[in-house]
Each structure stands twice: as structure tokens, then as C-alpha cells.
Design a protein around this ligand. Structure first.
Ligand code: NAP
Ligand code: HSE
Length: 443
């Protein structure tokens, strides 16, 4: 009979926002978790970069080390948590631990986006496991939902607000008329913006997360370069105002839409994109504010389900790391290598659609010279591309060389829209680059 494990040691690689949060949460709720799992969890070492750095969470000096390798290789470390972020060293940490057959927990979406397929394969070969609940949507247990709770469903739609920083910026721009740069600085101060802000505001962080969810939901690895990615830099207070007049809220929406195989192909296709999107005010996602994230998942059996919670920050993220640690502990305690497999490829010939082939309604903002015939020339170019206009606003009260002109566009392919815009941008009455956002009705 195998020996009963009574205590498991956790090596934290990283004692910053998330690592500090995990340490603190285990201090607070370690006893509770132990009684639920039947095994005691103990943080045995914490690797950091700088031993003398002041830390908001008080981690005993005796636990700190700068030698991550020693933590990973220590035979007394049973579970390794990579909470340092970045790519190169983080990959070395995860690889070293998996090669030793140890379970690894990571919050690092950038690492998974770049190397997930390779790391999951390594975990499988070495009989370890790689857990990643905290890599997407902070405290929302969306990985568990897709991997376990909805295992009996084909996922036909997945819509998410998965970047807390962008949602925080867009919310404060809408509710307070706040300035983009000042709100971004606040988000950095609060600990949920990435050190490199373009990862958030240009959509890359959200693209990494939606790539992980799309891969998990559809059973084939979605390469990051196939994800159409737009950020929120082009969203101005004017757009937020016009969208509101039209009954919409602008959100950075991650989408995964499944389309059945056509006559010419056996494999199903998915759209994977991250774009600023006009969401009808009556839709629940329009009312997800500040750092909160939400993900709507539509399964062919269950219908629509919705998951809401804090998408970033110390405690929310720590909660997801704890859930993974508990799963790893159960694996070790029950001597089952991979009770819950990290990622199981099962649709190897699935394809990500070219964004040009996707169809949407659009919000188009142009800066135009206000003179007779302008609208007719624009409408003619759209008409030539068989693109229909559903409504037009030319707000009064704007003075100067150019004025804004807003057009709501009926369903059109992105390719047709792009081509028409290239022609429109060349018109002498157009000043500045056209701004185009998607409009989604969540059907
Ligand atoms: P952070 O506050 O910058 O913490 C990083 C930690 O790693 C620090 O303790 C740092 O040491 C340590 N570290 C860096 N390089 C190291 C090295 N070579 N050896 C040993 N330790 C090293 O970052 P974070 O916000 O906690 O993020 C950690 C991970 O969680 C990232 O992958 C991030 O994307 C992910 N995540 C973060 C959030 C969030 O809200 N912050 C949410 C979800 C996921 P020092 O303390 O000495 O500098
Ligand atoms: N920068 C990320 C966000 C942190 O704002 O959502 C959580 O992954």
C-alpha cells in the first residue's frame, strides 16, 4: 500500500504581487485548505531577484533565496509555482521542474501563449502536470470551467472581457470622462497593469489569454500570430460619447466563434479576435466595469453561461493559484499523475479563420470637411463594395477644418470593409485616418 502523504512543500518562484498574495492567502487559509484536502500545505522557499527589497507582504527572510534552481531541484519541494513572469527564465523554471516530474503551477499567460504546446507535451511525457488557472481572468475559474465543468459541450461562442487594465481605463473614461494616460498610471499603481503598458493597451495580454481559452475550448493549439489583435489606443472620449448616444458601450472584447465546416472542407473553423467593440447597453457585458472581467461561454448542450469576477490583482489571482495548488496536491496525494490533464489536443485539423473572412457590423468614425456632397461620395464608395449604411450621425457644434461623421454599417466582411476604407481615406474631403470598431449583437 502506498505511503499516505500528510504534508506537501511549495516552492514559490516569485514573491511579488502574485507570489506575495499566494503566501499571504496560505497564511490566512492554509488550515482551511488542509482540512479540505487532507494534506498540509507549506511554503518552504520563495525565490526572488532582490533579497533586500521591501515587500508589502511580510515573507520571512529565512524563506527567501535568489537561487530559483535550488528551489526547483530541492527534493523537499513537491510543487513548483512559477510566479515570476517573463519568458526566458520562466521557461527554464517550468522546464526544469517538469523534467523532474514535479507538478508546476503558473500564472504566466505570456509563457503559455509562446510555449504552451511544448510545455504541455513535456508535462505529459514526464508524468507531471502544468496548471494555469491564474493565467486567464485572474480570480475567475474559467480554465476549470472549460476543462472540467463544460467537458460535455461543444463551445460555439466565447466572448470575454479579459484584460482588467483596459476595462478599467474604458470604464473610467466613460463614467468620469477621465484621461487615458492618467488612468493607465493608476492601473499600474494598483498592481494590475503589466510593467510594459503596451501589453495591455495594445491588446497583446488579452490575445494571449483568448488564445489559451480558444485552444482549450477547441482542442487544437491556436498560434498567437493567428489571433487578430487590436487595442484601445484609438478609442477617444468622442467615440465613447457617440457610442452612448447610439445605446452602446465600448469594451475590449475577446471573441471565439465557431463556424461549422463548409462543403469544401471537413475541419471546423474558428474566429479568434480581440477588438474594441460596441456592446449594446442592455447586454450584461456592457455593465462589467473597472478591473472586473467576465466571460460568456455558449455550449451546445448547456446554452449561455456567464463567469464574472476580478480579472487581476493580488488576492484574486492568488485565489486561482491556490486552486491549482490544491489540484496538484490531490494528484500527489492520490498518486495520480494527471487526474486532470492540462491540455488535451483533440481537433488537430481545426483552423483559425482569416480575419478578412469574418463578418460583422461596424461603427465607423471619419473626420470630414463639412461641405455639400461629402456624405454622398462616402456612401457611393461603400455602395460600390455592397456595404450598407444603417445610420449616420453628424453631430452639431463641432467647428474647425474637419468635423466628425459617424456611420453605423450593416453586416459586411472585414475584407470588403478594409478595401472600401482604403478608397474612402483617399478622398480629398477626408482628414485623418478612419476609425473602425466592431458592433456585436452576441447571436
Ligand atoms: P511582480 O510583482 O513583478 O513579481 C515578480 C516576482 O518574480 C518578484 O518577486 C521578483 O523578485 C521575482 N523574480 C523576477 N526575476 C526573478 C529571477 N530571475 N529569480 C528569482 N525571482 C525573480 O509580477 P506579478 O504581478 O506578481 O506577476 C507574476 C506573474 O503573474 C506574471 O506572469 C503575470 O503575468 C501573472 N499575473 C499577474 C496578475 C496581476 O494582477 N499582477 C494577474 C494574473 C497573472 P523581486 O521581488 O525581488 O523583484
Ligand atoms: N495586466 C493584466 C490585466 C493582469 O490587466 O488584466 C492580469 O492578467
Amino acid at each position: 500500500m502506498s505511503r499516505l502523504i500528510t504534508q506537501l512543500n511549495i516552492g514559490l518562484i516569485g514573491g511579488g504581487t502574485v507570489g506575495g498574495g499566494v503566501y499571504h492567502a496560505l497564511q490566512r487559509n492554509g488550515g482551511l485548505i488542509s482540512s479540505r484536502l487532507g494534506v498540509k500545505l507549506c511554503v518552504s522557499q520563495v525565490a526572488v531577484r532582490n533579497l533586500s527589497k521591501p515587500r508589502p507582504v511580510d515573507i520571512p527572510q529565512a524563506l527567501l533565496t535568489t537561487d530559483w534552481r535550488a528551489v526547483v531541484e530541492n527534493p523537499e519541494t513537491h510543487i513548483v509555482c512559477e510566479l515570476m513572469g517573463g519568458l526566458t527564465t520562466a521557461k527554464a523554471v517550468v522546464t526544469a521542474a517538469l523534467k523532474l516530474g514535479k507538478p508546476v503551477v503558473t500564472a504566466n499567460k505570456a509563457l503559455l501563449s509562446a510555449y504552451g504546446e511544448e510545455l504541455f507535451e513535456l508535462a505529459k511525457q514526464r508524468g507531471g502536470n502544468l496548471y494555469y488557472e491564474a493565467s486567464v481572468a485572474g480570480g475567475i475559474p474559467i480554465i476549470k470551467v472549460l476543462r472540467e465543468a463544460l467537458i460535455g459541450n461543444r463551445i460555439t461562442r466565447l466572448y470575454g472581457i479579459v484584460n482588467g487594465t483596459c476595462n478599467y481605463i474604458l470604464t473610467r473614461m466613460k463614467l468620469e470622462g477621465a484621461d487615458f494616460g492618467a488612468v493607465l498610471a493608476d492601473a499600474q499603481q494598483l498592481g494590475f497593469a503589466e510593467a510594459e503598458p503596451s501589453l495591455d493597451v495594445d491588446g497583446h495580454d488579452a490575445a494571449q489569454k483568448i488564445g489559451i481559452l480558444a485552444s482549450l475550448a477547441h482542442g487544437f493549439w491556436v498560434p498567437p500570430e493567428r489571433i487578430h489583435t487590436e487595442g484601445i489606443r484609438e478609442v477617444t472620449p468622442l467615440d465613447i460619447q457617440f457610442a452612448a448616444q447610439l445605446g452602446y458601450t465600448i469594451k475590449l472584447i475577446a471573441m471565439v466563434k465557431k463556424f461549422e465546416a463548409g462543403k469544401s472542407s471537413k475541419s471546423s473553423r474558428i474566429q479568434v479576435s480581440i477588438t474594441p467593440t460596441l456592446v449594446p447597453n442592455s447586454h450584461v457585458l456592457a455593465n462589467v466595469n473597472h478591473v472586473f472581467n467576465a466571460i460568456l461561454v455558449r455550449g451546445d448542450v448547456v446554452g449561455d453561461t456567464l463567469y464574472y469576477g476580478r480579472g487581476a490583482g493580488q488576492d484574486a489571482t492568488a485565489s486561482s493559484v491556490l486552486s491549482d495548488i490544491a489540484d496538484a496536491a490531490l494528484d500527489l496525494r492520490c498518486h495520480t499523475d494527471q487526474r486532470v490533464r492540462a491540455f488535451v489536443p483533440h481537433e488537430r485539423d481545426g483552423k483559425v479563420m482569416d480575419i478578412d473572412d469574418t463578418v460583422s457590423r461596424y461603427y465607423l468614425r471619419l473626420s470630414v470637411i463639412d461641405k455639400p456632397g461629402t456624405l454622398a461620395r462616402i456612401a457611393a464608395l461603400l455602395g460600390q463594395s455592397k456595404i450598407g449604411i444603417s445610420s449616420v450621425i453628424q453631430p452639431e457644434g463641432h467647428e474647425g477644418e474637419s468635423v466628425p461623421l459617424i456611420l453605423m454599417i450593416h453586416d459586411a466582411s472585414f475584407s470588403a470593409m478594409r478595401k472600401a476604407l482604403t478608397k474612402i481615406a483617399r478622398l480629398s474631403v477626408i482628414k485623418g485616418a478612419p476609425v473602425l470598431f466592431r458592433v456585436e449583437n452576441f447571436e
